[in-house]
Design a protein around this ligand. Structure first.
Ligand code: C2E
Ligand code: CA
Ligand code: CA
Ligand code: CA
Length: 277
């Protein structure tokens, strides 16, 4: 039994080491990702549930390394946050998103609203507002066309700097959406003090909708809460027509998910929009 225990330990140790090494590889590779041009954005449509029309899109970051291949954002974003790269990446995302809006404009494809994710490090930066203002001004893109998605957990921490930044961005005309809404078990007090325009129902609830009565109730409650507070509500991770029908019936404004389109290249979004109107 003793030997067995030791072997188990060795096994864990080996696995830990392997993971640490892999992690180190990722770190090193990630540091050069931007300059080597390995980052890109995909765009996932956000549709009006009652008309099916594309109202906007969310820009989602992708990293493709020549040897590692496509690394999931769930893997590389936390690393980028930890090693202090996320602000640089975030700036690139905004610049790239602006360029894409302009390129679509030039093609006669009007994307009214582009949502971009920002991480907590970015939200806390003292120069965030100036940086975003400059990027938009330089590109000549109206701030009203941008939405920033901030996670519920970020708002719960109630950091003065974050609140000040988001308020200033809202004053510029940028809208703020609460991502993963409902996942944070938070007190809801921040909803009345923060400059928020939209709630995004977390995928974990959307997954269970029409299958699990509790998820039905939670989704229904979030939609009602949004309505009562004068906020738009969008659902993420919608995969089935049943989920879409339920959400629409409950008064959810918009939806995003594989049912309507996966994150896709810019041309594919334009094509989809031509088909859907
Ligand atoms: P998120 O912001 O909650 O984005 C939604 C994620 O769900 C995306 O994963 C999207 O591809 C996926 N998704 C959308 N619809 C469906 C569906 O119907 N079914 C399923 N199974 N999945 C769906 P992705 O692109 O892998 O991004 C993962 C997370 O990485 C994002 O979660 C976001 O937190 C983060 N992320 C992505 N891009 C950026 C970025 O530019 N900056 C920052 N800070 N974070 C980002
Ligand atoms: Ca998001
Ligand atoms: Ca989510
Ligand atoms: Ca999220």
């Amino acid at each position: 039994a003793k030997d067995h225990g030791r072997n188990t330990y060795r096994f864990f140790e080996a696995e830990m080491t392997e993971r640490a090494i892999q992690r180190l590889h990722h770190e090193t590779a990630l540091r050069g990702a931007l300059t080597r041009g390995e980052l890109s954005l995909l765009y996932q449509p956000q549709v009006d549930l009652s008309t099916g029309r594309i109202q906007g899109a969310e820009a989602l970051l992708r990293w493709t390394h020549p040897e590692l291949g496509a690394v999931s954002p769930f893997e590389f974003i936390p690393i980028a946050e930890e090693i202090g790269l996320i602000s640089e990446f975030g700036k690139w995302v905004l610049e790239q998103a602006c360029l894409q809006l302009l390129a679509w404009d030039a093609e006669g494809f009007r994307v009214h609203r582009l949502a971009v994710n920002i991480s907590v490090q970015q939200a806390e930066r003292i120069d965030l507002v100036d940086e975003i203002r400059e990027i938009l001004q330089r590109a000549g893109v109206a701030p009203e066309r941008f939405e920033l998605e901030v996670t519920e957990s970020m708002l719960m921490r109630n950091v003065d700097r974050v609140i000040a930044n988001l308020s200033a961005l809202r004053d510029l005309g940028i809208t703020i959406a609460v991502d993963d809404f409902g996942s944070g078990f938070s007190s809801l007090g921040y909803l009345k003090t923060l400059p928020i325009s939209r709630l995004k129902i977390d995928k974990t609830f959307v997954d269970g909708v029409t299958i699990d009565d509790n998820d039905d109730a939670i989704a229904r409650a979030i939609i009602a809460l949004g309505k009562a507070l004068g906020l738009e509500v969008i659902a993420e991770g919608v995969e089935t027509p049943e989920q879409a029908a339920f959400l629409e019936h409950e008064g959810c404004n918009e939806a995003q998910g594989y049912l309507f389109g996966r994150p896709m290249k810019p041309d594919a979004l334009r094509q989809l929009s031509l088909e859907r109107g």
